[in-house]
Ligand binder design. Structure first.
Ligand code: PLP
Length: 344
């Protein structure tokens, strides 16, 4: 692996972070806060939130089996996807490599940051080799995007190939494990200490059922997390979100229960789709959604919209011709979808 100094943009490497009022007294027990020009009334919303979200990280550290210094929290995964571009990629010079098809935000953030995005097509089984991805890199490739389980295909990317990639690439590999709670495969997050060039993303938006609070996570070496902390907005995660995250973390078993029901429903839905005459194929999935190849995806999509049922039409995405992406809902929502499709 190249040194972090080589991988980081020079202006970011030499950046002195903004020092907030709350950073400066740290360590002392204080009870009168007249340092941040806050209004003394309207407690508790009058106070700025903890810039490093230490209470949330302490709890999360136990659930995710990583140390608090290896955690970055942001305004959704969106922030954790954008930040690596801002930290590592010189606009107009550096590039990144990604599997294709995959989650659209990686390219949106590349475009916004004026960073060349190099998609590498998956094979017909939606898999890829480390070798094929490495071939697309050059000396200005700062990181490679892997999404596993992948969106919109739903499958896990071969774990041994991901590890081979991480071990042989001299830049960073970012593994988005937004859907790993629904997967039977061991998360790459568990190998954090063995791979200093790996960044793993997780989110509160899927298995944790908290898309509304906008809380995303990145796990990486302490040194990478320090760079993120230097570049992020000082108060990037608001107090209401931190409070709600602590609430959710009190009961991780609730999440396990949801996941279990969703997985049962996933099995039932896949079986039912396979029996539909308008469905040609259902792809293997390790996520809370599945990709189905239809005889005519656009027609089925329009029909469902008419009935007030919205699925995702992925027909124009590479390798996803005539595919719909179906999220697993509650039993009754799933039943509504099946009933509508059986009527077609
Ligand atoms: C849904 C999803 C996320 C979550 O994004 P948030 O900004 O945290 O809501 C991240 N990555 C992938 C691949 C997703 O599909």
């Amino acid at each position: 692996m190249k040194s972090l100094e080589e991988l980081t943009r020079p202006n970011i490497w030499s950046l002195a972070p903004y020092s907030s009022a709350r950073n400066e007294y740290s360590g002392h027990a204080a009870h009168v806060f007249l340092d941040a020009n806050e209004n003394p009334y309207n407690k508790p919303l009058n106070r700025y939130p903890d810039p490093l979200q230490e209470d949330v990280k302490a709890k999360l550290s136990v659930v995710k089996r990583v140390s608090p210094e290896q955690i970055f929290l942001g305004n959704g995964s969106d922030e954790a996807i954008d930040l690596p571009y801002r930290c590592f990629c010189r606009p107009g010079i550096d590039n990144v490599v990604a599997i294709e098809p995959t989650y659209g935000m990686y390219k949106v953030c590349a475009d916004i940051n004026d960073v060349e995005y190099r998609p590498v097509l998956l094979d017909e089984n939606y898999q890829i080799t480390a070798e094929k991805l490495l071939k697309a890199t050059d000396e200005n490739t700062k990181f490679i995007w892997i999404c596993s389980p992948n969106n919109p295909t739903g499958n896990n990317i071969n774990r041994d190939e991901i590890i081979k990639l991480i071990d042989s690439f001299d830049g960073l590999v970012i593994v988005d494990e937004a859907y790993s709670d629904f997967s039977s495969q061991k998360p790459l997050r568990d190998e954090l200490d063995r791979h200093p060039n790996m960044i793993v993303l997780n989110t509160f938006s899927k298995a944790w059922g908290c898309a509304a609070i906008r809380l995303g996570m990145a796990f990486a070496s302490k040194d990478i997390i320090s760079i993120f902390n230097k570049v992020k907005y000082p108060y990037n995660v608001n107090s209401l979100t931190q409070k709600q995250a602590l609430e959710a973390l009190k009961d991780p078993y609730e999440v396990d229960k949801w996941v279990k029901i969703i997985l049962q429903e996933r099995l039932r839905m896949i079986q039912a789709f396979k029996d539909l005459p308008i469905c040609e194929k259902v792809y293997n999935t390790d996520a809370n959604f599945f990709l189905a190849k239809m005889k005519d995806a656009q027609k089925t999509y329009d029909y469902l919209v008419d009935k007030g049922i919205i699925v995702r039409n992925r027909t124009r995405i590479s390798l996803c011709g005539n595919c719909l992406r179906i999220t697993i809902g509650t039993k009754s929502e799933n039943q509504d979808l099946l009933a509508a499709l059986r009527d077609l």
